[in-house]
Design a protein around this ligand. Structure first.
Ligand SMILES: Nc1ncnc2c1ncn2[C@@H]1O[C@H](COP(=O)(O)OP(=O)(O)OP(=O)(O)O)[C@@H](O)[C@H]1O
Ligand SMILES: [Mg+2]
Length: 594
């Protein structure tokens, strides 16, 4: 039996792609039918069979309500978020939430978490790769949009765990594309990677020095992609049809799906032709018989309809160039990645913006998976990769201060791995605990940013206000995932400092995300516990409950610590069977069923 393989997986919104390095050459893995893009779609049919990938895509028209696509747009999101509210209009499957506001999708009355859906897709990609390679696949590097926040990255990590896949590393999609372009070529170049896929847009500016890939700035939108172009066209068709026949096709899930499919095809046609016909026979019944959709659309019309979407990507490009402090002439190459860069107006506007023709050196559909495979191979062979990826944070991470302001800890574009120490003082006499609400986003007020976790430190020694201190260390690992640790620097040997992450109303579904390690120098007899900040984690307080957590006072000093050595976070499993283990066994049942 040959050795298990390690692959790279581009877990896309619309399509996923797997790749592998063999004989020092990266290549995409095609399935037995020769195709290599795998629809990121999961469905359950009326007999209860689970369908994934092509099989799920084939039946979407007859089963739109129980077919889940575009799940990547929902992963790591709150049901209350504007993004989720917007998406509900376009997706025909049922989006609900549990009592903690976590998004769930109901398929045939069974609720699925977004991590579970992504786990099913990862498992399917792995199975196809195994069939194609003829050997076991147990490890992977998985890519995520550069613009994913901490919570979304955590969710993809969870998906890997549920699929029982050893995810060696999560890397950013544009960074992976740059790896595919530049690895092993001894380049010394500055690159812009413009990655416009099915559901997300990312732009990163990188500097490549041999095998060091340093991201200088990153930006984007996790809610902007090819499906928005399809939706624009579909809305136009529905509007025209309603004007003509007085019938709203939007309300019928099957009609709507047929229109969206036809519009996606029309969009693709318009990339190579000046006009195309959208013809859908027997879309519905009118008073005098069956009605068709039959419209011709010109490329210019389509471009006018969608120009603002492209304009939004250029706003992000302008911002990253300013953040990287570069001018177009400083760039050596512009890479186009993702299916939506095939739209001629996209390619033209990007070329105009950066003042140079995009490089032909990479394949827009394959580059991300190939880069992930290069990283996977390097990690699998060397343990520590010979490739150095120095990435940056897409959005500021900070804490909520008194008065509701956001106080940055790591500003946008901070490099990671990274670590910062903040010292807080008590604002009340005898204050025993300190609550930090950790946020991510670039808005000035806490309320406008995304909460990624509540972190409570209890066990501050009793003292008059302003006398006791808490030192908190914020660590971003090599995947951009945050952990927080804290201690009371003045407590003696007998005192124990316990960190508590409060669930803030969120269910403890992933208790084994808790990372127990000792990131700080430890005084004799003192226990310092750190935990991954996640909204789902609920830790029992180790000491008496704090007398109401206090809001953090703005940090008084921020001496930088030397950057930590990148080291994989090692989850320590709690003694009891975790809720995640429960999920895994449920998933196993589901996998067997399919
Ligand atoms: N020739 C083409 N012209 C226009 N759009 C195209 C063309 N070919 C593919 N697309 C679009 O590209 C998108 C898929 O691109 P891609 O596979 O890069 O996305 P993804 O990896 O699934 O998504 P993401 O990277 O956003 O998670 C779809 O919206 C598809 O309609
Ligand atoms: Mg993609």
């Amino acid at each position: 039996m040959s050795e298990p393989a390690t692959i790279g997986i581009d877990l896309g919104t619309t399509y996923s792609v797997a790749a592998i390095v063999e004989n020092n050459r990266p290549r995409v893995i095609s399935d037995t039918g020769g195709g290599y893009t795998i629809p990121s779609i999961v469905a359950v049919d009326d007999k209860g069979n689970r369908l994934v990938g092509q099989a799920a895509k084939r039946q979407v028209l007859i089963n739109p309500i129980h077919t889940v696509y575009g799940a990547k747009r929902l992963i790591g999101r709150d049901i209350q978020s504007p993004v989720v509210r917007k998406i509900q209009d376009h997706f025909k499957y049922r989006i609900t939430s549990d009592e903690h506001a976590d998004v769930l999708i109901k398929i045939r009355d069974e609720p699925y978490g977004l991590e579970e859906i992504s786990a099913i897709i990862l498992d399917h990609v792995r199975n196809l790769a195994q069939d194609s390679l003829g050997r076991e696949v147990n490890r992977a590097v998985v890519t995520v949009p550069a613009y994913f926040n901490d919570r979304q990255r955590q969710a993809v990590r969870d998906a890997g765990k549920i699929a029982q896949m050893d995810v060696l590393r999560i890397i950013n999609e544009p960074t992976a594309a740059a790896l595919a372009y530049g690895f092993g070529k001894a380049l010394h170049q500055k690159l812009a990677v413009y990655d416009f896929g099915g559901g997300t847009f990312d732009v990163s500016i990188l500097e490549v020095r041999d095998n060091v890939f340093e991201v200088l700035a990153t930006g984007g939108d996790t809610f902007l992609g090819g499906v928005d172009f399809d939706n624009r066209l579909a809305e136009l068709m529905i509007h025209r049809f309603q004007k003509e026949h007085g019938i709203d096709l939007f309300k019928d899930p099957i009609c709507h799906q047929r229109i969206k499919d036809a519009c996606e095809q029309a969009k693709i046609d318009l990339s190579s032709r000046p006009e195309t016909r959208i013809h859908i026979p027997f879309i519905t019944m009118g008073p005098s018989g069956a009605l068709n959709i039959d419209y011709t659309i010109k490329r210019e019309e389509f471009e006018q309809l969608c120009e603002d979407l492209i304009g939004n990507t250029l706003v992000a490009c302008r911002q990253v160039m300013a953040d990287a402090k570069l001018k177009s002439e400083d760039l050596d190459a512009v890479l186009l990645v993702g299916g939506s860069t095939r739209i001629p107006l996209v390619a033209k506007k990007v070329a105009d913006f950066f003042g140079k023709a995009p490089s032909k050196g990479i394949h827009p559909d394959e580059a991300v998976a190939l880069g992930a495979a290069i990283m996977a191979d390097s990690l699998a062979r060397k343990g520590e990769s010979e490739i150095q990826l120095l990435d940056v944070l897409p959005m500021t991470i900070g804490i909520k201060a008194a008065g509701g302001k956001m106080v940055p800890i790591f500003p946008r574009n901070s490099p990671y791995p990274n670590q910062k120490l903040k010292v807080f003082t008590t604002s009340k006499d005898q204050q025993q605990s300190l609550k930090l609400t950790i946020l991510q986003g670039d808005k000035a007020t806490a309320a406008e940013n995304e909460i990624i976790g509540d972190f409570t430190f209890s066990g501050i020694h009793p003292a008059a206000k302003g006398q006791a201190k808490v030192e908190a260390v914020f660590t971003l690992n090599h995947e951009g995932i945050l952990t927080v640790a804290a201690r009371d620097p003045d407590t003696g040997a007998a005192r124990e400092s316990v960190l508590q992450i409060q669930a803030a109303g969120h269910k403890p579904i992933h208790p084994d995300l808790i990372v127990l390690k000792k990131p700080m120098e430890k005084k004799a007899g003192e226990t310092v516990i750190s935990a991954t900040v996640t909204r789902e984690v609920k830790l029992k307080a180790g000491t008496a409950p704090p007398p109401g957590p206090e809001t953090a006072k703005a940090p008084e000093k921020t001496p930088p610590l030397p950057p930590p050595k990148p080291q994989p976070a090692k989850p320590v499993r709690p003694a009891k069977e975790s809720a995640l283990a429960g999920l895994i066994s449920r998933l196993k049942r589901l996998f067997q069923r399919g």
